[in-house]
Design a protein around this ligand. Structure first.
Ligand code: HEC
Length: 154
């Protein structure tokens, strides 16, 4: 339907019949206008593509995250937590009375919603990691993927 309308619109004769001022242009001038319009639309859609890219939106390249096929507790989750959370949430510090340094404690924090709530800086949760920048989008996605998978001990 949309395609058909487009073709109808682009038909030179039809436009000329409906818009008398176009008759003052010769067919060459009209074609030039049409071609520049198409070029502008193409450039606009190309740049829209660029700004929609994941890198621009999330500050992380797809490649960076694409290397992870299956998120595992041992390879990904525990290292994200170790790097960003153990300083305060492991034996010895245990700030906020919360441990994240074992599979069971991390799973509990993931399953009760507090882990994703805090790393996503959601309202109602203390933003984590405290006093540090938000986790990278890839790290957040990895934690979420692990949760979506059912927090396996893999
Ligand atoms: C510099 C210390 C510090 C770091 C690093 C840190 N936290 Fe915390 N966290 C705290 C303190 C202190 C509390 C308790 C006070 C509070 O809730 O603000 C807390 C509380 C929490 C809570 C409970 C908050 C709630 O609203 O239910 C969660 C969940 C949490 N942290 C997760 C994390 C995760 C996940 C990381 C790593 C990505 C992390 N924290 C890194 C200090 C830290």
């Amino acid at each position: 339907m949309l395609e058909r309308n487009k073709i109808r619109l682009l038909s030179y004769e039809r436009i000329e019949n409906h818009l008398p001022y176009l008759k003052t242009l010769n067919s060459m001038q009209f074609k030039q206008i049409l071609i520049s319009g198409i070029l502008i639309a193409m450039i606009a859609s190309l740049s829209a593509c660029y700004y929609d890219s994941e890198e621009f939106l999330y500050g992380v390249t797809t490649q960076e995250c694409d290397t992870i096929t299956v998120v595992t507790y041992s390879a990904h989750v525990s290292s994200i937590l170790q790097k960003n959370c153990y300083a305060c949430h492991s034996q010895g510090s245990n700030l906020g009375n919360l441990l994240l340094d074992s599979y069971t404690t991390a799973r509990n924090a993931a399953n009760n919603g507090s882990m994703m709530g805090s790393v996503n800086h959601k309202a109602g949760y203390s933003p984590m990691p405290q006093g540090a920048p938000k986790l990278s989008s890839c790290d957040i996605q990895s934690l979420q993927a692990w949760l979506d998978d059912g927090t396996p001990n893999n």
